[in-house]
Design a protein around this ligand. Structure first.
Ligand SMILES: Cc1ncc(COP(=O)(O)O)c(C=O)c1O
Length: 409
């Protein structure tokens, strides 16, 4: 008898099948209509979106939409080809020029997603004799880039400069000549904590390692002109490669890598996730280009961080166990057990608030999280509505009971 290839998925399917049906199932929920960057119709009712990574609210920006519509009319719905065949239009080159201006750097390559940017750059740059050194809390695309490549992969403790130093010391002791790529993130996506890039880049450079920073959650959000945490912490000259995505602050889809390395363009000839996939549609390219121009000059960053402080502080004040501190637009409540987290999510959607349910293995330390990612487009009234509903559901599920009792007792 042949083995059923799906048998190995039985445990996860059993878990999945025990979830509530329809409206309260976090994995099958869908948006019937999206009304704005912060509201949508879900299950027939208007719902506040508190977990979309739409940090700058760019998805409905009139200038981005007009640019996309014009490109759609002029160039059609897609390129039907790879960047190295028929899939490079003038607008793809223009987008790369805009990225170079945005980052004030020599080279920029656009990928079809941020996932592919990490996959391609990490797997291609670090060869069989090289090392990739990554933070344990790295995004799946960084892990997958390591798995796709041939380099030796070494992990260091999350945001721990001493541990990074120890790992690099050992590599250099065993292999003084090795090429080393240290991969960091500006903001870690689940808990929204920033990397101490000053320390981490100093240590990397002490050991003669290249540094790559994934700014997926920080482009648009941090730095004087929105370049991210490397700009915010004034270490851009210590960073060799910046990876980013258009799927969050930029409000569309796509990924990129920028660099000043003189041989960077070689990636166009050897990087498989760049070569063996179709390029971004012209409408996406046009809206991304416009959004980058707007992000560089926006004054919305402080509004976004004010929103985040208001939500994080409000949730903390009522007694939730917060995984976050308000230092980024991400707010995450830690829930002790998975069933309660799933129930919490279902109650929130019934109350008209969509948040992200984040479960292991996607979370650090196997946490169950109710994760919010705020937008500069959220009003304080919307934040206060979220707070009211979180508190209501927290009490309903008994999570806030102890704190409330001890405050009143
Ligand atoms: C840190 C990080 N890197 C890369 C990506 C991938 O981005 P994209 O959505 O463009 O594939 C994400 C997306 O969630 C992310 O959080």
């Amino acid at each position: 008898m042949t083995l059923d290839l799906f048998e190995k998925f039985d445990p996860i399917l059993n878990d999945y099948n025990s979830l509530p049906d329809g409206a309260e199932n976090p994995f099958t929920v869908s948006m019937e209509k999206v009304l704005s960057p912060t509201t949508a119709i879900i299950n027939g009712r208007e719902t506040i979106l508190a977990g979309t990574n739409n940090y700058m609210g760019m998805t409905f920006n009139p200038e981005c939409m007009a640019a996309a519509q014009e490109a759609l009319t002029d160039f059609g719905t897609g390129t039907t080809g790879s960047r190295v065949l028929n899939g490079t239009y003038n607008s793809h080159k223009q987008l790369e020029e805009t990225l170079k201006e945005f980052y004030d750097c020599q080279h920029a390559i656009v990928f079809s997603t941020g996932y592919q940017a990490n996959l391609g750059v990490i797997a291609t740059l670090a060869g069989p004799k090289d090392y990739v050194v990554i933070d344990t809390d790295s995004h799946a695309s960084i892990y997958d880039g390591c798995a796709m490549g041939n380099a030796t992969v070494v992990r260091f403790k999350h945001n721990d400069p001493d541990n990074l130093d120890k790992r690099l010391n050992r590599i250099r002791r065993d292999d003084p000549e090795a090429g080393i790529l240290v991969v960091l993130e500006g903001v870690y996506s689940m808990l929204g904590d920033q990397a101490p890039l000053k320390e981490l880049t100093r240590i990397s450079k002490k050991h003669n390692a290249y540094v790559l920073v994934d700014e997926a959650h920080s482009i648009g959000v941090f730095g004087e002109t929105g370049r991210g945490v490397a700009q915010e912490q004034d270490v851009e000259d210590q960073v060799d490669f910046i990876i980013g995505t258009f799927s969050k602050s930029v409000g569309t889809i796509g990924g990129y890598c920028v660099s000043n390395h003189p041989k960077f363009e070689a990636l166009r000839l050897v990087c498989r996730p760049y070569i063996f996939t179709a390029s971004l549609p012209p409408s996406v390219v046009a809206s991304a280009t416009k959004a980058l121009e707007l992000i560089a000059s926006t004054n919305l960053r402080s509004k976004l961080l004010d929103n985040s402080m208001r939500l994080n502080k409000g949730l903390c004040d009522v007694g939730f166990n917060m995984g976050t501190t308000g230092e980024s637009p991400i707010a995450a409540i830690v829930i002790d057990d998975q069933d309660t987290a799933i129930a919490f999510w279902g109650e929130m959607i019934k109350e008209g608030v969509y948040v992200n349910l984040a479960l292991p293995p996607a979370t650090p330390n196997r946490m169950n999280l109710m994760r919010c990612s705020l937008s500069a487009a959220h009003s304080f009234a919307q934040i206060d509505f979220m707070l009211e509903k979180f508190t209501l559901v927290g009490k309903r599920l008994g999570i806030l009971q102890d704190k409330v009792a001890s405050l009143t007792g």
